[in-house]
Design a protein around this ligand. Structure first.
Ligand code: FAD
Ligand code: NAP
Length: 451
């Protein structure tokens, strides 16, 4: 009797998982591929991270969906693997190889007093809220205060600042869920303070992202650099840094034009304490930094107070460990060699990683393509020697998932949810409006009557 092809599971339907699925298909190797995600919707941070006003960026979805259309790869949405879900050991009984592509969703913390106050949030939580991630529907961040502080000098900090500085009418044209739009309509935010620990010559924003801050219809950009730019700073070698410096120098010399909101880029400032009243954030104390003779950024001991009802840390992420796999707490990644999971220097048979859980939380969507290709090459090289699992038949997996109370969301069911979001978008003049509540996502995906 002919043997069925080896079976590969990809856990995580973000860019890295979907690029891995596409690379497996493109290899022409006789493998069957299934992509599992804990959410009923695919695309990971493309759906739940990329800023809602970056509509063009989201068109990468057309590329990422290709393995599912026509059904060369199966989607099993709503299947959480690991803690609180289907144990990894159960999956191992059904697949020859498993590619872990679960990303880095844990917010890093600053380790300063006051970080636990209500109104002090990580960008993971805040961005997930405005992107309609079902885990953060209840977040309801307080936007009732004119000041907000955003900590960090990466593209995520710029995304957060821009979303807060845009008008509700601009945001209505995006895919934000209705309750998020309502909150933005009622926003009292006027001053968004971006706290950047280094100088204007050091920041590594993508210049295109930085430029958008200066193009906001309803917000002026105000540069606070302690006169550094006017005095002139040495041109950085890095092209991006030079372009950033050019933009910042222009803005520093300009006067605010009186728009209703302001984005303050506060250089050489580190938060040292978050202040609160009645358990809620009321402000943040920042220390002024200076650049020493060796070009290092050091604290001056001089403190300033900023009024803020919300503090968002956009200082990077770590990953959730995958129970059953080794984990490096320092880097927040799964130790690996070219994508092969490695425990104490020895490869774990049939276990692979790709994307942020493999290399850490940096890199744009496209970076994950080459990363996934490397992992898939390792997997395909190993495949002939990987032992067959005890239960490779598709029905056995269905039964195992049912035993764990999981009814997977198939690709056709996701398309039903997708179509409903596009329909709701049409009513608001947007490309789509997201459904954020998990129960409602499942109702729409499965068809309410069938649930
Ligand atoms: C806020 C933000 C905005 C960004 N904006 C841009 C941008 O505009 N342009 C750009 O090029 N790059 C952007 N990036 C970077 C880009 O999103 C990442 O490079 C990319 O998403 C990483 O892909 P990934 O597949 O490793 O992780 P993710 O995209 O996080 O995907 C991981 C997937 O795994 C699933 N998962 C997690 N745990 C489990 C589990 N236990 N069981 C099953 N499934 C699980 C998740 O639901 C998710 O779908 C942004 C990043 C962030 C944080
Ligand atoms: N449009 C886009 O292309 C887009 C949009 C969003 C995200 N992304 C990508 O997604 C990845 C993640 O973005 P990110 O913004 O989370 O990460 P990031 O680019 O690594 O930026 C993190 C920022 O946090 C700062 N930081 C870290 N610890 C700090 C501390 N204790 N105090 C003050 N500041 C601190 C860092 O400052 P230092 O610079 O001083 O180290 C850095 O500027 C990046 O590769 C990014 O390019 C791309």
């Amino acid at each position: 009797m002919e043997q069925p092809p080896p079976r590969v599971a990809v856990i995580g339907a973000g860019p890295s998982g979907l690029y891995a699925a596409a690379a497996l298909l493109a290899s022409g190797a006789p493998v069957s591929v299934e992509v599992l995600d804990r959410l009923p919707a695919p695309y990971g941070l493309v759906r739940y991270g990329v800023a809602p006003d970056h509509v063009k960026m989201k068109s990468v979805i057309r590329v990422l969906q290709q393995p599912f259309d026509p059904a060369q790869v199966e989607f099993l949405g709503g299947v959480r693997v690991g803690e609180g879900g289907v144990p990894l050991d159960v999956l191992r009984e059904h697949f020859h190889a498993i590619v872990h592509a679960t990303g880095s969703s844990v917010d890093r913390s600053l380790g300063i007093p006051g970080e636990d106050l209500a109104g002090s949030l990580g960008s993971g939580a805040f961005v997930s809220w405005y992107c309609g991630h079902p885990d953060h529907v209840e977040l309801r961040p307080s936007l009732d205060h004119p000041g907000v502080a955003v900590v960090g000098a990466g593209n995520v900090a710029l995304d957060v600042a821009r979303v807060l500085a845009r008008s509700a009418d601009e945001m209505a044209a995006t895919d934000v869920p209705e309750p998020v739009l309502d909150a933005l309509r009622g926003s009292a935010v006027r001053d968004v303070h971006v706290l950047i620990r280094r100088g204007p010559q050091h920041v590594r924003f993508t210049p295109a992202e930085l430029r958008q801050i200066g193009e906001l219809a309803g917000a002026d950009v105000v540069v606070h650099d302690d006169g550094l730019l006017a005095d002139g700073v040495a041109e950085p070698d890095d092209k991006r840094q030079r372009q950033n410096l050019q933009l910042l120098t222009g803005w520093a010399a300009a006067q605010p034009s009186g728009k209703p909101r302001r984005v303050h880029l506060r250089f050489l400032r580190s938060p040292v304490r978050i202040l609160g009243d009645g358990g809620r954030v009321t402000g943040v104390v920042v220390e002024r930094n200076r650049i020493d003779a060796d070009g290092r950024v050091v604290g001056t001991g001089v403190e300033e107070m900023l009024d803020a009802g919300l503090v968002v840390r956009a200082i990077g992420y770590s990953a959730e460990p995958v129970p059953g796999l080794p984990f490096d707490e320092r880097t927040g990644t799964v130790p690996n060699d070219h994508g092969r999971v490695v425990r104490d220097g020895v490869p774990v048979p049939g276990a692979y990683v790709t994307g942020w859980i493999k290399r850490g939380p940096t890199g744009v969507i496209g970076t994950n393509k080459g990363d996934a290709a490397e992992t898939v090459a390792s997997l395909l090289a190993d495949l002939p020697d990987l032992p067959a699992p005890p239960h490779p038949e598709p029905e056995a997996l269905r039964e195992a998932l049912a035993e764990h109370g999981v009814r997977p969301v198939a690709w056709s069911s996701w398309l039903r949810l997708d179509a409903e979001e596009v329909r709701r978008g049409g009513l608001r003049g947007a490309e789509r409006v997201k459904v954020a509540e998990l129960a409602e996502m499942l109702d729409v995906a499965h068809g309410a009557a069938a649930r």
